[in-house]
Design a protein around this ligand. Structure first.
Ligand code: FAD
Length: 369
């Protein structure tokens, strides 16, 4: 099988590794000249760690990231109210790992290279022609690839989606803004903590990602006001962190390189493929980060896609089946995250509801793929 994967984010890199691992010849095109994931860090939960393990990438992520067995849920002052202890799905392995996006990107690109994938930065797709028994793909470097399958892994604003599923819905804002920034890790900040300041002040997370670094996020209502000038972003972020206690005052003055954006979600209805072209990752299911599962779903997509393509030669039918197999799980994450975001903005009468829903959904996601 010859495959063309569009986009070298987590979905595209893991798709390339998984397909090459099943014997496919893979071309991976990435629009950016340098493959450098943006954003400070992320958390990989237990089911994504299981999927990474099946691709042989878990050890490298554990080496580069920081394991977390527990999460402290605190009030705004930093007093711990509940300690979450999600179960691990792999014997002797942690329940979750926090890792910088750059480190994850390096692990994935190294795996792509080692898999024999033909990785082409600064290249994109200009046209796709599905001839029934193959797809002819015109690339921006002037070449044409003839492949058995095209995997669109080009993220939230996917051009592949626009080409093959032009009627797909647009991403929707969920009414929240997220601020994020890396910072050096003070030695005393060892635990992953979340501090809840209520709907007005928002929620803060402090997430150690290695011995030397961590990242801080703050979720707040999107009040529709103009964003501060880039020169003022760090000061504006520190200002918002001021009401919080716990680990926050230890790190607030160290945040730099601040990113602020509104959150969006998208769940494209089935089918997720047309003919021999299929979409994976954020291109078909973008989740807001409340469950910290977007990369996780992308990695799982790749593992399942490579499995099903190895089982049957009828590529269009296999791709339709892939979407059907993945849809409910992805919908669960997207819809639960949106619901948790709504409750962050308008807390439910029963304050235990978000915790109960999160626990139920994590248990559901722990089931085999
Ligand atoms: C604030 C925030 C926090 C998050 N935290 C977490 C977390 O803790 N844990 C977690 O699991 N997930 C988290 N996520 C979700 C996660 O970032 C995404 O789900 C994940 O990046 C999706 O991967 P992807 O490969 O599908 O898309 P992307 O990461 O968007 O990658 C797409 C790639 O395709 C390339 N590309 C785009 N267009 C083209 C084109 N036309 N041709 C070629 N290449 C193209 C892009 O340059 C990029 O490299 C978070 C998301 C946000 C917004």
């Amino acid at each position: 099988m010859r495959a063309l994967v569009v986009g070298a984010g987590p979905a595209g890199c893991t798709a390339a590794v998984a397909l090459a691992g099943r014997g496919a010849d893979v071309v991976l095109v990435e629009a950016h000249p340098v493959i450098r994931p943006s954003g400070p860090g992320l958390v990989l939960q237990s089911a994504p760690l299981r999927a990474l393990d099946s691709l042989g990438l878990l050890e490298a992520c554990l080496e580069r990231g920081r394991a977390h067995e527990e999460i402290d849920l605190c009030d705004a002052s930093g007093t711990v109210r509940t300690v979450l202890r999600p179960p691990s799905l792999l014997e002797g392995r942690p329940a979750s790992v926090a890792i910088s996006r750059a480190a994850l990107g390096e692990v994935l690109v190294a795996a792509v290279t080692a898999s024999g994938t033909d990785l082409r930065p600064a290249t994109t797709v200009t046209a796709l022609a599905d001839r029934g028994d193959r797809v002819e793909v015109r690339l921006s470097d002037g070449t044409t690839e003839v492949v058995d399958v095209v995997v669109g892994a080009d993220g939230l604003h996917s051009r592949t989606r626009a080409l093959v599923l032009p009627a797909a819905p647009e991403p929707r804002p969920n009414g929240q803004l997220i601020w994020r920034a890396p910072a050096p890790r003070p030695p005393e900040v060892t635990r992953y903590s979340m501090l809840d300041g209520g709907p007005e002040r928002g929620k803060v997370g402090v997430v150690p990602v290695s011995d030397s670094s961590l990242y801080v996020w703050l979720l707040e209502p999107d009040r529709g006001v103009e964003r501060p000038h880039p020169d003022r972003l760090a000061a504006a972020f520190r200002e918002r962190l001021r009401p919080f206690g716990g680990a926050v005052p230890l790190v607030a003055d160290r945040v730099d390189d601040v990113d602020v954006r509104s959150l969006q979600s998208l769940l494209v209805p089935l089918p997720w493929s047309r003919g021999r072209t299929v979409l994976v990752g954020d291109a078909v299911h973008t989740t807001t980060p409340q469950m910290a599962y977007g990369v996780g779903l992308a990695i799982e997509d790749s593992v399942v896609l490579a499995d099903v393509l190895a089982e049957d030669d009828d590529v269009p039918a296999v791709l339709l089946g892939f979407g059907e197999r993945r849809f409910d799980r992805c919908r669960l994450v997207v819809e639960t995250s949106v619901r948790l975001g709504e409750w962050e903005q308008r807390p439910p009468a029963d304050p235990a509801l978000p915790g109960r829903l999160t626990g139920r959904v994590l248990a559901e996601l722990a089931r085999p793929l």
